[in-house]
Design a binder for this molecule. Structure first.
Ligand code: 9WN
Length: 458
């Protein structure tokens, strides 16, 4: 099986070959035998949406490893269809990450292998990742195409069960959208999008005496969530855990249930990727059903998460019905959906171009009082959400902006390294220095400028 050669340095002069090699090195360093860690020091296990982004990059250099990564994650899928947000590496000590497997203490579930996991989820980006790995398989030869077909067939029913779990069990408000039960489920952990809903969650500071934060030992406190937020995070897990990780009557039993525009846009895009996968597997009527589901999710996002006065998408608290008052990058993510109404598409583009965001987009409106240049998801630039935003631009034919964003991201990583996130003004690298998805998505940004196959024709 041959890896792709580095791309010729056409689009971003002088940096392609070097960047390609350094990205491959990061992915090699972070490979742990059957999965890729996001970062050796800060995140020494397998994370769910990281695995999807990482597979998108591995598609170019080591598709077998991409499939292995996805396989490892889905081997830990729960019987109810949920795919855990972390699959713990048994070779890593309990103390190397908090909250570790002992804290989550997930029940022994029928049919589940011994792999220990958390009980919450992350955005379901894996169908899109699987499709991307499959799509590039032919470039690596016939053996890879056959491997890709086998893996797609194995993954497809599991991906469908993940969608069913999220759309059926997590529809806390009964309005056609999935609710997250913990900010970590969004992947945008301490975004100000959750501040209003989190203010209703008790912050029991004594929990931090009982349980030691590990993140502060390996990164700077000024970059990480505050103790008050962490106490709430821990309290939310305890509540969900003590309820047996059950999703029945979430709104009544759990103090945090929020419809996130980014999570739900990915849920919709997953249906479109599943339609493509179903097509390859010869399941024509399933493909049609997935496309219908994508349209329904898009319509629900467009109806429920749109704030007409500011013409922006916001997170909705499923318990109180209130929309978050802060403009965050998650509000730009519905652009990924091809059937989003044209006026909402235009409004997202206007927001992205405005002084509030700009390209690459910071995680929060630069003019908002919560904007913080250093703190996790409260201002810094992240490559993964900008990569998703670029896909949205491609889907709706904004080729100029998509190319501008592609170059801006590559330049950022070339100048500063494969960091976890970047200072939104100086571009300085922040967080973990050899971060899996930053490296993986760089490979994709260097190699592929085609629009997603389900893009609108106009
Ligand atoms: C908690 C691994 C993960 C990412 C998330 C990011 C961060 C974890 C943490 O790291 O979350 O899940 O400890 O802060 O916010 O998006 O998947 O890279």
């Amino acid at each position: 099986m041959r890896p792709y050669p580095p791309p010729s340095p056409v689009a971003v002069p002088d940096l392609s070959a070097e960047l390609w090699k350094s990205a491959v090195r990061v992915l090699d360093t972070n490979w742990s035998g059957d999965h890729t860690v996001p970062s050796r020091r800060l995140y020494p296990h397998q994370w769910s949406w990281d695995a999807a982004f990482i597979a998108v990059g591995l598609a170019y250099v080591n598709p077998t490893r991409a499939w292995r990564d996805l396989h490892n994650l889905f081997e830990a899928q729960w019987p109810d269809g949920r795919v855990p947000h972390i699959v713990f590496d048994p070779a890593t000590a309990e103390d190397d990450y908090f909250p570790g497997p002992g804290f989550w203490n997930v029940p022994v579930l029928a049919g589940r292998p011994a792999r220990r996991s958390t009980g919450i989820v992350q955005p379901p980006l894996h169908a899109l990742a699987a499709w991307e790995v499959y799509r590039h398989a032919s470039a690596h030869g016939a053996a890879c195409v056959s491997e890709a077909r086998t893996e797609l067939a194995w993954l497809y029913p599991r991906l469908v069960r993940q969608q069913e779990y999220l759309t059926e069990r997590r529809d806390a408000a009964g309005a056609g959208l999935a609710s997250i039960v913990h900010p970590w489920e969004s992947g945008l952990d301490n975004s100000p999008a959750w501040d209003q809903a989190l203010s209703e969650v008790p912050a029991d500071m004594s929990l931090l005496d009982r349980y030691q934060r590990r993140d502060l030992a390996v990164s700077e406190a000024a970059h990480r969530p505050t103790d008050q937020d962490y106490a709430r995070y821990v309290g939310l897990i305890l509540n969900y855990r003590d309820g047996g990780y059950s999703d029945t009557e979430l709104v009544q039993r759990h103090p945090f249930a929020v419809e996130c525009p980014s999570f739900n846009s990915i849920l919709g895009v997953a249906e479109l990727a599943l339609a493509q996968i179903a097509g390859v597997l010869g399941r024509t009527s399933d493909a049609r059903r997935h496309r219908d589901r994508a349209r329904e999710i898009t319509a629900a996002i467009s109806r429920r998460l749109w704030e007409p006065e500011t013409r922006t998408f916001r997170a909705r608290d499923a318990r109180t019905g209130r929309l978050s008052p802060v403009r965050c990058v998650s509000g730009l993510m519905p652009l990924m959906l091809p059937d989003l109404p044209a006026d909402q598409v235009q409004a997202i583009m206007a927001e992205a171009r405005s002084e509030r965001f700009g390209l690459p987009a910071p995680s929060v409106d630069r003019t908002d009082e919560s904007f913080d240049t250093h703190r996790y998801w409260r201002g810094p630039v992240w490559v993964n959400v900008n990569w998703l935003l670029r896909r949205g631009m491609q889907v709706h034919g904004f080729r100029g902006e998509a190319e501008q964003l592609r170059r801006a991201m590559l330049r950022l990583v070339h100048e500063h390294g494969h960091y976890e996130y970047f200072h939104p003004e100086s571009g300085a690298g922040l967080g973990a220095p050899t971060f899996g998805w930053t490296a993986a998505l760089c490979l994709d940004l260097l190699a592929d400028r085609s629009a997603p196959a389900y893009a609108r024709a106009d």
